[in-house]
Ligand binder design. Structure first.
Ligand SMILES: Nc1nc2c(ncn2[C@@H]2O[C@H](COP(=O)(O)OP(=O)(O)O)[C@@H](O)[C@H]2O)c(=O)[nH]1
Ligand SMILES: [Mg+2]
Length: 255
């Protein structure tokens, strides 16, 4: 199963892959597999790169989709519709000038949304998440609902900075608002484990529930098959066109 990790810059996409890798290996001392950016620094993930957790599950880190304007929406669609070679950049995604023969198209997506960004840029993040969810629910030209879940990162920072008398209640309210924006019940709050983090039962559970839910969703509609079928249909239509043209030319030649 290929899973694309998507979202805005500095929301914790690369850190989430490192987090899942540590959970997968059952080793919180494991080194970072993906480069993550120190807070406030320039973007660190410029190109697509994949981490194979084992032979059955790969997580694909992607350059940030900073907004859902038309150019970035195109880049987002091509992330969903094709298997990309490692090294593909955002500009190539938007322009459609990428090599798409490396991997199978992704089977599922994880949208990464930082709870702190949500708190600080609420309207913008709400619009962004809604637009992304809309694309996911109408993937492959409206042919398929792309299986996806949302991971709400920076749970630790959000709870630490909360001014509410009951920070966990505030967290639940935010998660409910994210569910409404993304039009899904599948939103999970995590603090991404960095190297040497101490484990948290709540974060372990959210991480496990997220992966388990995603696999369950992805088993049903096989997007890879749907995308391949639509590509085959285009190919078949193109071949039929060539044959008709050749036949017409042959008739003309005889006449
Ligand atoms: N406190 C906290 N920091 C996080 C969390 N996830 C990511 N970060 C930090 O947020 C910054 C951006 O993370 P990064 O993974 O590079 O984001 P990306 O641009 O979406 O790939 C880095 O400084 C990370 O260490 C989290 O859950 N909690
Ligand atoms: Mg990154």
């Amino acid at each position: 199963m290929n899973v694309v990790i998507v979202g805005g810059q500095h929301h914790g996409k690369s850190s989430f892959i490192n987090h899942v890798h540590r959970c997968w290996k059952n080793n919180l001392m494991a080194n970072d597999e993906m480069e993550s950016a120190p807070a406030g620094m320039a973007e660190n993930t410029q190109e697509i790169s994949a981490l194979d957790l084992d032979e059955k599950l790969s997580l694909i880190d992607t350059p940030a989709i900073p907004n859902m304007g038309s150019e970035m929406a195109d880049a987002f669609r091509s992330l969903l519709n094709a298997g990309h070679s490692s090294g593909t950049r955002r500009r190539q995604l938007a322009q459609g000038t990428f090599m798409s023969n490396f991997r199978k198209p992704p089977h599922a997506a994880i949208v990464v949304m930082s709870l702190c960004h949500w708190r600080d840029q609420h309207e913008e993040m709400q619009g962004y998440l809604s637009a992304m969810a809309k694309e996911l629910k109408n993937a492959s030209g409206g042919r398929v609902t792309f299986p996806f879940v949302v991971t709400a990162t920076h749970r630790d920072e959000f709870l630490r900075d909360s001014k509410a008398s009951r920070p966990h209640e505030e967290l639940n309210k935010v998660l409910d608002a994210m569910k409404r924006a993304a039009n899904t019940a599948h939103v999970f709050a995590v603090s991404n484990y960095h190297k040497d983090s101490s484990a948290s039962a709540a974060v372990n559970k959210q991480t496990f529930d997220l992966l388990s839910q995603l696999v369950t969703l992805a088993i049903r509609p096989d997007t890879g098959v749907v995308v391949a079928q639509s590509q085959n249909q285009y190919l078949a239509a193109a071949c039929a066109g060539v044959i008709v043209l050749a036949a017409l030319c042959a008739c003309k030649w005889r006449l």
